[in-house]
Design a protein around this ligand. Structure first.
Ligand SMILES: C[S@@+](CC[C@H](N)C(=O)[O-])C[C@H]1O[C@@H](n2cnc3c(N)ncnc32)[C@H](O)[C@@H]1O
Length: 484
């Protein structure tokens, strides 16, 4: 296994928000953290995100270091404040007579107001715990201000609530772009992105049938139902500990968004084929392809070695690894198959099918990763679109004549989706679109707004699915055939 990801790292869009020089960015000190109350812990975490840190890299450890009885609340306070950050800020700003000098005081106000507006925590407890947090963070001077503003807010909640709920809660640049891309759906999308995403399972069709597993769940008194669009999807209608569900350790299912599951459906029959999964980590879609097919060869590459180790873990848990599966650390924008594949006979191999689940702004999955609201910047869109174009052009060379490439993003921005593919088709004479059809989508009018192309009657280039409150995330798919 070789690592040629330096080039990729140079090209990778650098997502940061209020990035500070390293010495100005305070790291979370675990010993200090353990002595803080829950609100102070939340403020510390939110401050890190504000300065450009991804939540994935700090929240799991913080939750691990928090007593069991408080883990759920810490998660809720951090995720909830991020989810509503910009709507909370709109309420707080007019209450301030002068700008705040410390970010943590600002965050404490957002966190305090979040509790007042969105949780059942009694107002007196929300306010006193938040004020105590400010003191624990050695910001005593600001405790009077935080106390006074949160008390005022608690008296004005009724008038605030309507305005708060009507707010789009997105960074201004993103809301503006959504309005431009999806004028009719933008407000609906913004509201859907404020809710927590449903938990969806993907049944491992090698291990059993979806209907049988639904019966099993019913026997366990777990409320669940079949997804509308994904053949393998199960929607959990109640909270449950995933690892305690029947068959988790035996690999009977995985957790995966319903729209993400459509990748394998759209890829078609891959039995006996040579398949490249070009941006594979952590391997959700790789595993799904292998559950549904027995390809002659499946090569999964990603330039992030750490994330790639999760592909190995996933394939092992689901018992999908084998000699026909190769996992390689590489930059998909430059990778040449003959350089790395184990089997010498496969020199100059071209693939029958390539899945390009491209790096993107992830604007379609903001409800699962609410830190994206703060981390993503407008300039990232252009940078990401350039990388996607580079990946498309290079991977097209690895596809054999008559082969197909499925381009996927979890973005809802046209520049990464329709416009990206329209531009690719224009500059690539031997590429032709393959129509993607979802029978369930045509039959079920209640999910028609998933697919704005149908409503608007525009020329259809690929399939855009928008985030649904009780359904899947925002995803885009385009399938391309190599004709010459
Ligand atoms: C959307 S995620 C893939 C998710 C994955 N397909 C799954 O279903 O679990 C995009 C992936 O692209 C990888 N990536 C970004 N740029 C890359 C490049 N130039 N070469 C290879 N991988 C890249 C990232 O490390 C990330 O893991």
């Amino acid at each position: 296994m070789s690592n040629d990801n330096n080039h990729a790292k140079r090209n990778r869009p650098h997502f940061s928000n209020h990035a500070l020089p390293n010495d100005a960015r305070r790291k979370i000190d675990n010993r200090h953290f353990a002595h803080l109350n829950l609100r102070a812990r939340a403020i510390e975490l939110l401050e890190q995100v504000y300065h450009g840190q991804s939540l994935n890299q700090i929240l799991p450890q913080a939750i691990e270091n928090t007593p069991a009885k408080d883990k759920g609340l810490l998660n809720e306070l951090v995720m909830g404040t991020l989810r509503h950050w910009f709507a909370l800020d709109t309420q707080i700003k007019p209450m301030l007579s002068k700008p705040l000098t410390d970010t943590r005081v600002h965050i404490a106000l957002l966190l305090g107001l979040y509790q007042l507006l969105q949780t059942r925590i009694p107002a007196h407890a929300a306010i006193s715990e938040t004020v105590e947090a400010i003191k624990q963070l050695k910001l005593d001077k600001a405790s009077g201000l935080v106390n006074a503003l949160l008390r005022r807010a608690s008296r004005e909640l009724d008038s605030m609530q309507a305005q708060f709920e009507a707010n789009h809660a997105l960074p201004a640049w993103l809301y503006k772009q959504l309005k431009k891309d999806w004028p009719q759906q933008a407000n609906h999308i913004a509201q859907n992105l404020r809710h927590a995403a449903p938990v969806t399972l993907r049944i491992n069709s090698r291990e059993g049938k979806r209907d049988d597993y639904l019966v099993e769940l019913k026997d366990w008194d777990i409320d669940a139902g079949a997804c509308k669009l994904s053949d393998d999807g199960i929607e959990l209608r109640q909270s449950a500990s995933i690892v305690e569900l029947p068959g988790y350790h035996q690999g009977w299912f995985s957790v995966q968004d319903e729209h993400a599951q459509l990748c394998a459906q759209f890829s078609g029959d891959l039995n006996g084929k040579r398949v490249l999964d070009a941006c594979a980590a952590p391997g959700g879609k790789t595993a799904h392809l292998l559950e549904k097919n027995k390809p002659a060869l499946l090569v999964a590459i990603d330039y992030d070695e750490k994330r790639l180790s999760r592909v190995h873990e996933n394939l092992e848990r689901l018992q999908l690894d084998g000699a026909h599966v190769q996992v390689i650390t590489a930059d998909a924008a430059t990778w040449q198959p003959d350089a790395q594949l184990d089997d010498a006979e496969l020199d100059h191999v071209q693939f029958d099918h390539i899945l390009l689940d491209a790096p993107c702004t992830a604007t379609g999955v903001i409800r699962r990763h609410p830190d994206i609201r703060l981390l993503r910047q407008q300039s990232d869109v252009q940078q990401t679109a350039q990388l996607q174009a580079q990946l498309l052009d290079h991977l097209w060379q690895q596809l054999k004549l008559g082969g197909t490439l499925l381009y996927v993003t979890c973005s809802i921005l046209k520049q990464e989706n329709h416009q990206q593919i329209a531009a690719f088709l224009k500059r690539t004479a031997n590429a032709q679109l393959v129509p993607l059809e979802l029978e369930a989508l045509q039959q079920n009018t209640s999910v028609l707004d998933l697919q704005p192309n149908i409503i608007e009657g525009q020329a259809v280039i690929g399939l855009q699915l928008l985030p649904q409150q009780q359904g899947g995330d925002g995803f885009y798919f385009a399938k391309l055939l190599k004709t010459a």
